[in-house]
Design a protein around this ligand. Structure first.
Ligand code: ZN
Length: 656
């Protein structure tokens, strides 16, 4: 609120161009619509104000999967029925299915080294009950019209399975695909999944429909390792068979607790559903067959999970896991005026540092994010420990590894659970626009840390961006995840920089208005697939501001911000003259605070239009008085590359 009044016309400084030799500056350009985005606007699937258009659609699917995991052989065997609904207005001549485990095949294009397991072995591919044969790849089809020259067959190209459908799949119809497959679960070091002999984390593990969307059609973008995913929304019925004594945490709700869990464990889960405290559901010496899981004559147990309207399904399993549970209050989901709740689960090995706090941190994160963005709509949230160095999100479940003190476990928990909003609820494309997922989530994480520790986390977050400025490694945020030259450039462009940029925007428009825009964006695009243009347009719609200069400067370019107080002096009429130099490349309004010796402060702003008019220097006039300090961005919202030159103090002057 305070920041917003700073921008109001009354307080805008009188800025007179100063006649000095000044270097011309790059003037930010408009955000252009790509031809594909423009076509979507013309067709009415998207709107110029950033909302989904009246003609918006998404294709959907239902998965029924039976999976058997054998820890003794490290093999996962699965069979799957996939019902795909073509809700688009297009006749589909091809179906595209992801076989992510082919990242581990020989000869596949990758952005990182991985273990070669041979990838996915398919023993059956069927369509509408008819088994398909594997043929030569017939190419990607973009044009309209039937292709009678093609055969109904499938082909595999890297991490994509393509089914050519000569007769086409008309709009409004459904298609049933069937798959039987197996693969060796890769060892630790596989991106975002794998096994270490004790913990198995299965993600990127089943044949999954690629997204067919209103802007780009099929997502033919191969999984190469860096870029994480882009998935559609689907319902899942998944049965997972593991040895008895093994616990499973997964996307969705457990449908058959009586078949797999002892009455004691079920009773503790029921207590956790009503408890504000963390309940120890399975403790260290209870990890035994017949104590935590029921006895099974076959030596295995089949756990059945159901999840609706989610982008993916993942699970973690181990016979070493402890199990904690509680529940989180998420706000009023169903509009009955009462708060709703969601279950919280944590699975971890006893030696995992700080993990007895994981359920508590998860509860805090879900409750905090439900307040900040919108209520968490899923029935549960699970954190499982192990395997990877960092954290990795899937719907309702996150994998978190590494050795972590409490602060680091809290930070990564809040971050991964933040991904339940971006990109799980708001179905962004993480591969093409990583910054949307990681930037918004890093923004939320800094907010969460500030709330949890009652300590401003933004200086640290902004340092995470600023350390790359001027290093030569920086690359723009608006870039596909698999096209960065180095991980430092990719990481900064995806995480700390866009988070800092959103913080700067909040500084410009005020906290209340910023959150209004962020929440509106989240509401508009829940269970849909927004692009950066939709985010930009929604923010401009809600804020009632033209911000193309902001988006292009910060996200399309690597232009740094560097505003400086060049001089402070007294004019002949006794008023205080402050000269601001804009030394950087990104233009931003310059909020200047003059503090007088008696403690009084006066705030004025150099409006961004002054810089957009190709100026480098602004002259500001403040009331007469003895000045003790002049500071740009005194409230600390802007990631300025050289904050020291944005502060002038009277003592500096006298000691020089
Ligand atoms: Zn993340």
């Amino acid at each position: 609120m305070i920041r917003k009044t700073l921008l109001s016309a009354l307080l805008v400084a009188l800025v007179a161009p100063v006649v000095v030799a000044q270097q011309t500056r790059p003037i930010p350009y408009p955000v252009f619509n790509t031809p594909a985005v423009q076509r979507a606007l013309d067709r009415g699937t998207r709107s110029p104000d950033g909302a989904p258009g009246p003609e918006y659609w998404t294709n959907t699917a239902e998965y029924v999967i039976d999976a058997v995991l054998s820890p003794t052989t490290n093999m996962l065997r699965g069979s799957e029925t996939l019902t795909y609904h073509n809700n688009s207005p297009d006749t589909l001549r091809q179906l595209v299915v992801n076989l992510y485990q082919n990242l581990h095949s020989e000869g596949v294009v990758r952005t990182r080294p991985v273990q070669i397991t041979g990838g996915v072995q398919l023993s059956r591919v069927s369509m509408n009950g008819k088994n398909l044969v594997e043929g030569r790849q017939q190419g990607f089809f973009f044009g309209p019209g039937p292709r009678p020259d093609l055969k109904l067959q499938y082909s595999i190209r890297g991490t994509k399975l393509l089914i050519d459908v000569p007769q086409g799949i008309p709009p409004g119809t459904q298609t049933k695909l069937g798959f039987s497959w197996n693969f060796e679960v890769p060892e630790v070091g596989a991106p975002r999944m794998g096994q270490d002999g004790e913990v198995y984390y299965l993600a990127y593990w089943y044949p999954q429909m690629a997204v067919y969307d209103d802007v780009d059609g099929w997502d033919n973008d191969a999984y190469q390792g860096n870029g994480e995913f882009y998935m559609g929304y689907a319902d899942y019925d998944v049965s997972i068979t593991v040895p008895e004594g093994w616990l499973i945490g997964a996307t969705g709700e457990l449908l058959n607790p009586n078949d797999v869990l002892t009455p004691t464990v079920q009773g503790r889960l029921a207590t956790a559903a009503r408890s504000e405290e963390v309940v120890r559901v399975v403790t260290e010496n209870e990890r035994q067959i017949g104590v935590s899981t029921v006895d099974s004559p076959s030596g295995t147990l089949t756990w059945k999970f159901k999840a609706n309207n989610v982008r993916d399904f993942a699970f973690g399993t181990s016979d070493k896991y402890l199990w904690d549970a509680t529940n989180a209050t998420v706000g009023d989901l169903d509009g009955d005026g009462r708060n709703d709740a969601s279950m919280i689960h944590a699975f971890y090995r006893p030696e995992a540092q700080s993990w007895d706090k994981a359920a508590e941190y998860s509860k805090f994160s879900i409750e905090s994010l439900s307040r900040n963005i919108m209520p968490y709509p899923y029935p549960q949230m699970t954190a499982v420990q192990g395997i990877i160095g960092g954290g990795m999100e899937f719907p309702m479940i996150t994998l978190i590894g590494g050795t972590r003190n409490e602060a680091r476990l809290f930070g990564v928990t809040y971050h991964e659970l933040g991904h339940m909003w971006f990109p799980m609820l708001v179905g962004q494309n993480e591969k093409a626009f990583t910054w949307m997922d990681e930037g918004l989530t890093s923004f939320n994480t800094a907010e969460g840390g500030t709330e949890f520790y009652s300590e401003n986390r933004w200086p640290g977050e902004m340092r995470g961006y600023l350390r790359i400025v001027g290093s030569g490694f920086e690359e723009p945020s608006m870039r596909h995840a698999d096209t960065y030259r180095n991980q430092f450039g990719r990481g900064t462009a995806a995480y700390a920089k866009p988070a800092s940029v959103m913080h700067a925007l909040r500084g410009m428009v005020g906290n209340e208005l910023f959150y209004k825009a962020l929440r509106e964006y989240a509401h508009r695009w829940t269970n849909k697939h927004p692009l950066p243009w939709d985010l930009f347009n929604t923010f401009e719609d809600v804020l009632e501001m033209e911000l193309d200069w902001f988006w292009t400067s910060w996200l399309f370019e690597t232009w740094p911000l560097d505003q400086s107080v060049a001089s402070v002096g007294t004019a002949p009429d006794g008023t205080i003259e402050v000269i601001i130099h804009d030394l950087g490349l990104t233009p931003m309004p310059a909020p200047v605070r003059v503090t007088y010796a008696d403690g009084r402060t006066v705030d004025q702003v150099v409006p961004v239009d002054h810089w957009l008019d190709d100026n480098r220097v602004a002259r500001m006039s403040f009331p007469a008085g003895t000045v003790s300090r002049v500071e740009i961005d005194a409230d600390g919202y802007y990631p300025d590359a050289n904050p020291a030159n944005g502060i002038w103090t009277a003592s500096d002057e006298t000691t020089e």
